[in-house]
Write a protein that binds this ligand. Structure first.
Ligand SMILES: NC(=O)c1ccc[n+]([C@@H]2O[C@H](COP(=O)([O-])OP(=O)(O)OC[C@H]3O[C@@H](n4cnc5c(N)ncnc54)[C@H](O)[C@@H]3O)[C@@H](O)[C@H]2O)c1
Ligand SMILES: N[C@@H](CCCCN[C@@H](CCC(=O)O)C(=O)O)C(=O)O
Length: 397
């Protein structure tokens, strides 16, 4: 039924590969391609299915991507490489008639800045080609948008306030490590904060606003307001929203390391000259930090990500909290990866499954909330990310 090419062979891609392999009734043919073929072969070995094909590709190079797509002829390309490659992969998909899905919006390498405009600009070309592009189908962005769409469809006539809350209460027993690509992660959390209020975007200093929020099965954790890309599409798609914010938990130890990294210039993304060689300090830092793919074995604890929503239903004020908790050890036992990779890779697979089942298929470039959330929500329960709801509770925000 479905021939899929996945690009990238990191932590998120490894989880998606395990899940694609488990859903072989939907994904009949599967190839993994990345910058290093050996990494793809390692995933195939870990899964133990020699029918999965592998290939080498530099996804910064449109011509190489086109050659691979013309040769393998996938129906859909799942982009689990880095946000830098979104546009080259979309270009190649258009040239080769392939549908497209990713989990993070495009970022230029030389500017730590993310917004959807670059990818939304492809809408007309995908429409004219009769191709579907699904943007931001990880957990956040991804499930956070689907939770919001589900709330809007079933529990609210109008959503007024949306708070996306992302807690990782796990302990990997390292002094400092990021849970996904360190370069992308540190660029994200060291940016200025941004939130939406009464039609305006309000900028804050990085991590300036914080609150103690209580997470189910975890307890209170300090949570910091960050800019996160799904806010941009959600306020556009749900115009009744008056306030939209994103919160992420950080421990004291983590923040101390982050402060030192920034103060000594290691978070810089502009190249410096070192002994006649150009190096980017943040890329060098990535090379010495623990590999997020190797954190799983000793990881304890769990993540909790959800949406806290305030609005009205049938003329009455309503609060609603929908969330998933994911245990790092359970993710590790199933896929060899920790919970942050798991919570991203599983939704990427489900998004592709929605496409191949014909449930999320329409020409153009779409965010996940543009599709029916119901079949996706059902699959979350079946594929390892069960969700829970609280009606009428104290949202703390
Ligand atoms: N939406 C979410 O909830 C969410 C959460 C975490 C991560 N993410 C996104 O998931 C993606 C993957 O994250 P990860 O932790 O697996 O990262 P990773 O660094 O472990 O893996 C990235 C993979 O892409 C490959 N790659 C990089 N540049 C390439 C190129 N030019 N050509 C071919 N392959 C290339 C790398 O070799 C690696 O295999 C990132 O885009 C990240 O932003 C999304
Ligand atoms: N889903 C998140 C994943 C990052 C989790 C961030 N929390 C930090 C906190 C670490 C700590 O306080 O020790 C983390 O890296 O897990 C995303 O979209 O970016």
């Amino acid at each position: 039924m479905g021939k899929v090419l996945m690009i990238g062979a990191g932590g998120v891609a490894t989880v998606a590969a395990f899940k694609i392999n488990k859903n072989a009734d939907v994904f009949t043919d599967f190839m993994i391609a990345s910058r290093r073929k050996e990494k793809c072969d390692e995933i195939v070995k870990a899964i133990g299915n020699p029918n999965i094909k592998t290939a080498q590709v530099d996804a910064d190079d449109v011509e190489q991507l086109k050659a691979l797509m013309r040769d393998y002829k996938p129906e859909m390309v799942i982009n689990l490489a880095l946000p830098y490659q979104d546009l080259t992969i979309m270009e190649a998909c258009l040239a080769c008639g392939c549908h497209y899905l990713d989990t993070a919006n495009y970022e230029p390498r030389d500017e730590a800045h993310f917004e959807y405009s670059w990818q939304w600009a492809y809408k007309q070309r995908f429409e004219e080609a009769g191709l579907t592009a699904i943007l931001g189908c990880g957990f956040d962005p991804g499930v956070s948008g689907i939770f919001t769409a589900y709330a809007a469809k079933h529990h609210f006539d109008e959503i007024h306030e949306l708070d996306i809350v992302d807690c990782n209460a796990g302990d990997h027993h390292k002094a400092f490590a990021t849970n996904f690509n360190p370069e992308i992660n540190i660029r994200e959390i060291t940016q200025k904060g941004l939130y939406y209020k009464d039609g305006q975007w309000i900028e804050t200093e990085p991590l300036e606003i914080h609150r103690t929020l209580t997470y189910p099965n975890i307890g209170p954790r300090e949570s910091y307001l960050l800019h996160h890309e799904e806010l941009e599409s959600l306020v556009k798609n749900y115009p009744t929203i008056r306030q939209a914010r994103f919160w992420m938990t950080f421990g004291e130890e983590y923040l101390t390391h982050l402060r030192v990294i920034q103060n000594i210039g290691m978070a810089r993304i502009a190249p410096i000259d070192y002994n006649g060689q150009k190096i980017v300090p943040l890329q060098f830092l990535k090379a010495v930090l623990p590999n997020p793919q190797e954190l799983g074995e000793n990881y304890e604890g769990e993540t909790s990500i959800g949406c806290r929503i305030r609005g009205v239903k049938n003329g009455k004020e309503q609060t609603y909290y929908v969330y998933n908790n994911c245990k790092h050890q359970e993710a590790y036992k199933e896929t060899g990866m920790q919970g942050v990779s798991y919570t991203t890779g599983v939704p990427a697979m489900i998004g592709a499954m929605m496409f191949f089942k014909g449930l999320w298929r329409k020409p153009g470039v779409w965010n996940v909330e543009d599709f029916d959330p119901d079949p996706f929500m059902k699959e979350l329960n079946k594929q390892g990310l069960p969700w829970h709801e609280v009606f009428g509770g104290d949202l703390e925000l």
